[in-house]
Design a binder for this molecule. Sequence first.
Ligand code: PRX
Length: 670
Amino acid sequence: MPSEESIFLPNPDIVRNCHVNSITQYTQMYRKSIEHPEEFWGDIAQHFYWQKPIDPERFFNYNFDVTKGPIFTKWLDGATTNISYNLLDRNIQLGNGEKIAFFWEGNHPSNHLSITYKELLNEVCRFANVLKSRNVRKGDRVAIYMPMILEAIIAMLACTRIGAVHSLVFAGFSADSFAERIRDCQARLLITADGTWRGEKLIKLKTICDQSMQICQKAGHMVDTCIVVAHLQRSTTSSGLQSSPGNKVFMQNGRDIWWNDLVPSAATTCPPEWMQAEDPLFMLYTSGSTGKPKGVLHTTGGYLIYAATTFKYVFDYKPEDIYWCTADIGWITGHTYVVYGPLANAATSVVYEGTPFYPKNDRFWDIVDKYRVNQFYTAPTAIRALMKFGEDIVKKYDLSSLRILGSVGEPINPEAWLWYYKVIGRGKCSIVDTFWQTETGGHVLTPLPGVTPMKPGSAAFPFFGVQPILLDECGKEIKGEGEGYLVFSKPWPGIMRTLFNNHDRYETTYFTKFPGYYCTGDGARRDADGYLWVTGRVDDMLNVSGHLMSTAEVESVLTEHGSVSEAAVVSKPHPVKGECLYCFITITEDSVFNEKLLTELKKLVRERIGPFAQPDVIQNAPALPKTRSGKIMRRILRKIAQNDRDIGDTSTLADSGVVELLFKTRPVEA
Ligand code: PRX
């Protein structure tokens, strides 16, 4: 097993042609990005179109210190541009009109499509005109709940064309969660599809949207337009039928409209709305440790140059490459590295609708082989799930096109890293373990493929413009080797600017613990060679298969059930998901802890949050370990979940008998 001492040098054949191919070059570029950000980012910004040019006097400005006034970050303030113009019109002018922007691969292997840059621009303009005709204006929020289909990307870019702010919600969230997000951002227009196949499972998206719109209406918020892509009608079903008969969806007169009833007749030109560099581009919800999701807001100019630059260097993208990121567009990875980063570089990408396991467990490798993918970007949870099926199914395919393998979403364990490196990368590819967050907009810590000697499990070094710092509990900087809170002392262009409609929460969540720094909420360790190792969340957040959620949000769902008086949720290591949910519940006196209750609770969590949040273990806890002041001692609950009796100091525990009881009554499945 590789350890911290294991170092894998990048393959010289790859290094030779990389955009950045020596430590000296990286160091020079990095230094310039920190010491002269105006020059570094100014050179990059020149490649993009600014309707009103960048004012060197207002290149960038910020305050990260709450004690000195409100927190803010501004890049390229005063310049105007349009993202869709830069991604499409500009690339077409550069001669990429006939280049494929996306190869779309459906859930069923017989469904596939491709779209060129020129075709994409036409479709984006058409849909932008449709949005305008439904009264969507600059600054309005548009909610998108879509499967991995090209219309999702078209819808996002159409919003940017007219200056509307898209708010995608991952289509695995429940109707309740979606409704909460629609209401929070006050979206009046919603875009969805009738449904999607994920493997053999049919997901009826429009039905979920109907429930969400009903919940919104009851709470006093009206969605006045819902545009629906008829996707099932053109999909091959899991049983091989040409389309899905009998999946009639409900369409409410006046509100619900088929995409195809509006789009084909719309004009294929739409002048871009020129946006201020600091105008909102999109918002995306992420879990908050107090339970209520936070609407992370990204703006236009800085995000564009940051997405473009990280994509170019971290994946070493060259014009002839075929790139594939498996992330769903409902997450930030899908925004920055399926849509914005690749298109800003005129890249050709693969977009895949389905799961790694359909029709068989080799689908990912089949797709890599089919499209001759050069850069493949996925999550550790997928790698761990695929490892289980062995090497033979991988060897059936020609994966020799692969050059760079990416990992994102959670720490990658050395065993999975090594399998990825040896079996998928044949020992010849660079692995980029990219650490970042919804909030950071793009990669912040990552190896570079032609530069960084790789250590399995380490996100290595900062990307250009990023200054990571480790702090101890007192806020003192840890220089050299050591472990502490991972914070950043300066903004890079892609960092979020605020939380939608809640700047106070933005300041308290990210900037109050250590004045002067953006606090990631993750811990990290620096080794003797200066490599950074992200050790995971230091707050009450859980990372299940790369999905971030807070213990508070799951606890509040559990206690909604009439039989539960108190709940405490902790994470437990899981061989595939990374972490899973282990819940302790105290039931009311007149209730019984039985299978029926467990089923009801799991269902409740699925309904309120989404299937990915379903608890793995629910333990009956007649009492919870608490301090004398009544605070639940989660540290001890984590030990119980892992059956680890080394619980450390218990002097603050009010009743130590509780701990023994919980160890003794751990359920068998735990
Ligand atoms: O805990 C870190 C983990 O995922 C969190 C961010 O989650 P989210 O905002 O959903 O964005 C995920 C995709 C960028 C981080 O706070 N995380 C993400 N990437 C890594 C990671 N932990 C360790 N190593 C990574 N490469």
